[in-house]
Design a protein around this ligand. Structure first.
Ligand code: GCO
Ligand code: MG
Length: 399
């Protein structure tokens, strides 16, 4: 294997579950030895594809795929301008694929290369949803019956959708009212706790939609309901407010799906302002930086809860799983659920049983792609509607 080189890098675009997914396939000079990675930035998939095809592919061809650290560092620095979502996702696709190749060469699953198992399966949280409290409670109870111990609750849209009256002539958009949302969440948890008690872990995603002082207020209001965590209470642009939240409330805080740059998470971790780091690992550059981040968090008693939405490929979910299995400070994994179509496109999807996701013992990441199946589900170039969000008076606000 000493003369092994990368001889091709392919970008595969597919949307089997309706979300645009970006997959990287790194091929080597050894026939049938290739690796797969997730580079999904669903809203700008073509920009990521360009970064891979036009820049990373020529940068990588001829290089030794075993030199993961050197490739990660040099690809990150070669563009000089760095830490943005497009280039980080592109690099993540390559990085995961290189770990996949290394595992295949070693004949070991990636979690073995990263230190070995700390646990057999990773606990996941599911998304319970309902338009009203009754349907939400039903959804929570369904997940409980299926054996889930961690359940995230979301009732309707983010605040009084439909009841908002903007000024005449206001532009169309996804309207929401953050104040109404803040008022509704404690009421929602009061009802749910009354119904299901305290033996189950409940969570909520604020989706960075609140003004800082409303987030402080909400975290205090939620104390009686003993949440497992309050997710992404503020945007990355509002980091200094996390100290205020911490000083005023003991509700555990999870943060980070929008993070790109290590400078965003460093102060929150070192200053003890969050309890869970929930970065989107393709958004920070893949397994290499994510394993370093997990180890760094361990020293500060911060647990991991990586972002696992629908717009993440099963290869990305698999990368999480390998990290979750071998990191002692793993907390919980967000689990959106995989459709049958996804399982057909990605043979080897992880199995889920009674609230835990299990890895397999295949070498590498242990997941493949069926390119013919993938081609049946073209990506969409429509702009996402939910990110065209507006507040009560029709002003554009970030979602
Ligand atoms: C979550 C999320 C996502 C994001 C999505 C953006 O799962 O917690 O907030 O659903 O909105 O990944 O594309
Ligand atoms: Mg979220």
């Amino acid at each position: 294997m000493s003369n092994l080189i990368i001889n091709n890098v392919k970008t595969i675009l597919t949307a089997p579950q309706g979300f645009n997914l970006v997959i990287v396939k790194v091929e080597t000079s050894e026939p049938n030895l290739y690796g797969l990675g997730c580079a999904t930035f669903t809203q700008r998939h073509l920009a990521v594809k360009t970064a891979i095809d036009e820049y990373l592919k020529p940068f990588l061809i001829g290089k030794d795929p075993s030199r993961i650290e050197d490739i990660w560092q040099s690809a990150m620095g070669n563009s000089y301008w760095r830490n943005g979502p497009v280039l980080n996702n592109a690099l993540s696709g390559v990085d995961m694929a290189l770990w996949d190749i290394k595992g295949k060469i070693a004949g070991m699953p990636v979690y073995e290369l990263l230190g070995g198992k700390c646990r057999e399966g990773a606990a996941v949280y599911r998304h319970a949803y309902g338009n009203d409290i009754l349907s939400l409670e039903e959804s929570v109870q369904r997940y409980m019956e299926e054996g889930y111990h961690y359940i995230r609750c979301q009732m309707g849209d983010y605040g009084d959708h439909g009841k908002i009256v903007p000024p005449e002539g206001a532009l169309t958009g996804a309207y929401f009212d953050p104040r109404a949302y803040v008022r509704s969440i404690p009421r929602m948890f009061e009802e749910i706790r009354n119904k299901v008690g305290f033996d189950i872990e409940l969570l909520v995603d604020v989706h960075e939609r609140l003004s800082p002082i409303d987030a402080v207020h909400l975290s205090k209001q939620l104390e009686p309901y003993g949440l497992y965590f309050l997710e992404d209470p503020l945007a990355p642009e509002q980091l200094e407010w996390f100290r205020m939240i911490r000083n005023q409330s003991s509700t555990p805080i999870a943060m980070g799906e929008l993070f790109n740059n290590p400078r965003e998470w460093l102060p929150l971790i070192t200053e003890g302002l969050i309890d869970f780091i929930r970065v989107h690992i393709s958004q920070i550059g893949g397994i290499t930086p994510a394993k370093k981040l997990a180890t760094f968090c361990e020293m500060f008693s911060v647990r991991t809860a990586f972002h696992g939405p629908g717009d993440l490929s099963p290869i990305g979910h698999m990368a999480h799983l390998h990290l979750n299995i071998c990191s002692s400070n793993f907390g919980v994994q967000e689990w959106y659920g995989l459709s049958e179509q996804l399982e057909e496109v990605f043979p080897g999807c992880p199995s889920i049983k009674k609230g835990y996701v299990y890895p397999n013992d295949q070498p590498g990441l242990g997941i493949d792609i069926n390119e013919e199946e993938a081609a049946k589900y073209p990506c969409s170039t429509e702009f996402s509607a939910w990110t065209l969000s507006r507040g009560r008076d029709g002003t554009y606000v970030r979602p």
